[in-house]
Design a protein around this ligand. Structure first.
Ligand SMILES: [Zn+2]
Length: 440
């Protein structure tokens, strides 16, 4: 077993290196078909982001030739794998957990890593709907101690540095494409309490990054974004990538020469084969948003070109962040992002576990992480309008009656009333409730 595994790994690495060196990587759109069945592919399609905001595809080897030997289990490295909460909003079961892993930071540079990681989170949360919904997140910084400072390909193609995650520019021959070793990322991500979203921050001021859209980690995260820690524009790369991983959004850009789309209606919420009239008639996709002013500028309609095709597919607006970096999400994109946040996080939490037994002598508090959330209380199923919106209660206020042995069911129901989510099917995730048994 062991020998087979080693030989498979070597074969994969060789194939990846050969593809990278010869520039003979298969066309983007599918993992490398030559990979042995049941194992990881040798390469996978990733997005590359030009400094002018343009987006393209390339093929990234899943392993890196620049991985440091000391991270391969030879000896423990002090501080390696340490986890620091950058933003700690609450129990990982109730929050969307972002794991930020540093690469190319030496033992002496771990504080710099945490500063860079916090700055990336600041860049991401400057964009809506992150700005409004930041209370739904935990952010964990995982230290990866690299023997060398900086990463391969910075400042030039001849520069080689061996690092904890093996990050390197010039991936697949693209200078701004910053690839990483997927298994190393997973090893470090596993050190955080939970990973819903993974961001790799490289110790570099050179613009670059990558979007690994089709990762499905056994840890639960979907997708990896890599960004340059010292480059202020690179945070946009992570925001675009989460449009795929959290929002399940399609790309709204097209390639010349891709022709006319002939396939079935795509699953994603932000591309469609339908023109505005037909979409309105069928009440599907972004029909609820048609004609409305969009945060990325202009009016929501059906703009031809998207999902990589210049014709036959339509996008909701002229130029959202799913088409070019440095832009806002459009209305359908924003709706999908908020819905995605609520797939991982809840609008209502409490330090007192749901189902707990309490008495009239207890005090109960709840938290509403999103501004504007509405809170209603119910006792044995009947609403208590007097305490609507209250997040702290002395349970004596309930003036419970009846036998001391009889518990009453106290329920808090929170709903985010945001008009940014219009689809009733998605709105159902914007409500949460907690209940406690209270005796007098
Ligand atoms: Zn994309």
């Amino acid at each position: 077993m062991h020998r087979t595994a080693v030989r498979t790994t070597t074969a994969l690495l060789t194939a990846a290196l050969t593809a990278a060196l010869l520039g003979s990587a298969p066309a983007w759109g599918a993992p490398d078909e030559s990979a042995p069945t049941g194992s990881a592919p040798a390469t996978r399609p990733v997005e590359a982001f030009a400094e002018d905001g343009g987006i393209s595809h390339a093929q990234a080897p899943t392993t890196s030739p620049f991985l440091a030997a000391q991270q391969q289990g030879v000896a423990p490295v002090p501080g390696d794998g340490d986890v620091t909460p950058l933003v700690h909003g609450g129990d990982p079961a109730t929050k969307l957990d972002v794991v930020v892993i540093g690469d190319g930071y030496s033992a002496q540079e771990q504080e710099k890593f945490r500063t860079d990681a916090a700055e990336k989170w600041r860049e991401m949360t400057a964009v809506e709907p992150y700005a409004t919904y930041r209370g739904l997140f935990n952010v964990w910084a995982v230290s990866a101690v690299s023997p060398e400072s900086g990463v391969t390909g910075d400042p030039d193609q001849a520069t080689v540095r061996h690092t904890a995650l093996g990050s390197y520019f010039w991936c697949d021959g693209v200078e701004r494409l910053l690839c990483v070793d997927e298994k190393a990322v997973e090893r470090y991500a596993a050190k955080a309490p939970q990973a819903d979203l993974v961001l790799v921050v490289a110790n570099s001021a050179k613009y670059g990054g990558a979007g690994y859209n089709d990762i499905k980690s056994p840890l639960g995260y979907e997708g990896i974004a890599t960004v340059a820690g010292g480059n202020a524009k690179s945070g946009q790369i992570a925001v675009h990538e989460t449009g795929h991983s959290l929002g399940k959004l399609a790309d709204e850009y097209a390639y010349d020469g891709q022709g006319t789309y002939q396939g079935a209606e795509p699953a994603e919420a932000n591309i469609s084969t339908l023109t505005a009239d037909r979409m309105r008639g069928q009440g599907t996709k972004w029909s609820r948003w048609l004609g409305q002013a969009s945060p990325d500028g202009g009016t929501v309609g059906t703009y031809e070109g998207g999902g990589y095709y210049p014709a036959g597919l339509y996008r909701p607006t002229e130029n959202s962040i799913m088409r070019s970096l440095g832009r806002e999400f459009n209305l359908p994109g924003r709706e999908a992002m908020i819905a995605g946040f609520y797939r991982h996080a809840t609008p209502l939490t409490s330090p007192t576990a749901t189902g707990s037994r309490l008495t009239a002598a207890d005090r109960l508090t709840v938290d509403l992480p999103v501004p504007g959330t509405r809170l209603h209380w119910y006792l044995d199923g009947r609403e208590l309008p007097r305490i609507t919106g209250r997040t702290a209660l002395d349970l004596a206020e309930l003036k419970l009656t009846g036998p001391r042995s009889r518990p009453h069911l106290l329920t808090a129901v929170a709903t985010d009333p945001t008009p940014a989510v219009a689809d009733p099917a998605l709105r159902s995730n914007l409500t949460a409730s907690l209940s406690w048994l209270v005796t007098r």
